[in-house]
Write a protein that binds this ligand. Structure first.
Ligand code: GLU
Length: 489
């Protein structure tokens, strides 16, 4: 059997990290089986349509670096479709659903329902009082096909419902959950077609997964309880059901499903904050799947080789920003400096530290700046705060130890010799700067912390920070001398 999997988001406008992980696992599963991974858009809920949402989501997936082989794509900023099983956007497939709903109506596995909103609300209220699962009471089940056709032709508003058999067990095997059984007593006569002529998710998903020849449906566990309905639909349509795989939820620290209320949950949020896509992808890969060895840092290629659904757990993984930060700071240290500078520039621009369209020399300087600071940040949006000392003429001296060093005799002793030595450095490089400072340490007898701490405080206002020689290089000769010259004597 050839593997064909899909990620099928609704165009909400953003990609939740849970969705991103579903996309990733689908991608990895396809890769590890030489299969095809496609992207379909499930937009049958027209009330929830958001302008530009689709483009945003496709852009986020591209940013994350999880490419699909088929379906809806973004090419040069335009939404296009690739593949021979399209259209891949559900709202463009209405005639297809219409055709298949007719089949179900003809075979008696579905029926028109003409109940008004008010009646349905009343039924729901009654059911609620019974404390069971609120279900439709089957009021329109007995309307004959002929009568229903007539009513529908007379433009009476109606929906089409699935006609479930009574007291019947529906069973399926989930690759992660094992065997799942649900009795139709606990299921509702699901609406398959809405009065606006659009299918519901439950109907469209079955028709599309079948027609797009999906072999494995890999999706979030919130869909597990709907799957019996889908499985029953496959049965009555006479179609083979795909293999179902329900991934555990991503949880917050209270072990509740991670939602927007808990802060950042969208790939876009992390992108905006300056997380590297490979760090986010690496991190979410581990939220539910555990590798054989005790390895934590994976390239996408390594994941492609090592990923298997057998090692996806049933229980949800807790989304831990601290761990993600650790992962991101790891990647920030490894990333190529040129790319790092490109990624840093928008953050520095936004903070007003640099102008737009910086020149090449500036870019080189920004590379050095990020090289100095990347050790002390978890994500790039933290960069401007750390970098401001490199842009401002005045610096603030931190409370506590820094203040003591700032007023210390050591600094007073060092001031003039430092100015003298550094003024004579022509080639303003870390190594030459270091060399020029050696004699001062000898002459003054101030060494180690007694030398470096006051110097760092004089130049940055802090006792601790990144490699001081690099800091001096990046600050530049002019600024360094100015800071030293304005020190109290
Ligand atoms: N459209 C559904 C969602 O956005 C996809 C569910 C599925 O994969 O079947 O969650």
């Amino acid at each position: 059997m050839s593997v064909r999997v899909r990620f099928a988001p609704s165009p909400t406008g953003f990609v939740h990290v849970g969705g991103l992980r579903t996309a990733l696992y689908n991608y990895l599963f396809a890769k590890s089986h030489n299969g095809t991974y496609l992207l379909r858009i499930e937009d049958t809920d027209q009330e929830r349509y958001v302008q530009g949402a689709l483009e945003n989501m496709l852009d986020s997936l591209m940013w994350a670096g999880i490419p699909h082989d088929e379906g809806v794509m973004l090419k040069d900023g335009k939404v296009v479709e690739e593949g021979d099983k399209g259209p891949y956007i559900q709202s463009q497939r209405l005639p297809i659903y219409q055709k298949h709903i007719e089949t179900l109506l003809e075979s008696g596995h579905a029926y028109h329902c003409f109940c008004s909103k008010e009646r349905l609300e009343a039924v729901r209220e009654q059911e609620r009082q019974k404390k069971g699962t609120p279900r439709y009471d089957g009021h329109c089940r007995s309307i004959s096909r002929e009568e229903a056709k007539q009513k529908a032709q007379n433009a009476e508003s109606n929906v089409v419902r699935l006609k479930l058999p009574e007291k019947t067990d529906i069973q399926f095997h989930d690759l992660i959950r094992g065997n799942v059984t649900m009795n139709t007593e606990d299921m509702d006569d699901q609406v398959l077609m809405k009065s606006d002529g659009y299918p519901t998710y439950h109907f469209a998903v079955v028709v599309d997964d079948h027609l797009m020849e999906i072999s494995h449906v890999i999706r979030g566990e919130e869909w597990l309880s709907s799957t019996p309905k889908h499985v029953y639909l496959y049965q009555v349509m006479g179609w083979e059901s795909p293999i179902h795989v329900h991934l555990p939820n991503i949880l917050n620290h209270d072990r509740k499903k991670l939602s927007k209320r808990h802060g950042d949950v969208a790939a876009e949020d992390f992108r905006r904050k300056g997380y590297l896509p490979e760090a986010l992808v690496n991190y979410i890969a581990l939220l539910g799947w555990s590798p054989k060895e005790n390895q934590e840092v994976f390239t996408l290629e390594e994941l492609e080789h090592q990923f298997s659904l057998e090692r996806v757990s049933k229980s949800g993984g807790v989304f831990d920003v601290k761990k993600l930060n650790w992962m991101n700071s790891h990647y920030l240290r490894e990333v190529d400096l040129n790319r790092l500078a490109d990624l840093a520039i928008p953050h520095l621009e936004k903070a007003g530290l640099i102008r737009e369209s910086s020149s090449e020399t500036e870019k080189e300087w920004i590379q050095n700046l990020t090289a100095v600071l990347r050790e002390s940040i978890d994500c790039l949006s933290e960069l401007p705060a750390k970098a401001s000392v490199f842009f401002r003429d005045d610096i603030e001296i931190e409370e506590g130890e820094a203040q003591e060093w700032f007023r210390s005799d050591e600094l007073k002793t060092l001031k003039e010799p430092l100015i003298e030595a550094l003024r004579n450095v022509d080639d303003w490089q870390e190594s030459t700067i270091k060399k020029s400072l050696k004699p001062i340490q000898k002459e003054t007898g101030l060494k180690g912390p007694n030398f470096f701490k006051p110097l760092r405080v004089a130049l940055t206002g802090n006792v601790h920070g990144p490699d001081l020689m690099l800091v001096i290089q990046v600050l530049g000769k002019e600024r360094v001398l100015k800071r030293l010259e304005t020190l109290p004597s």
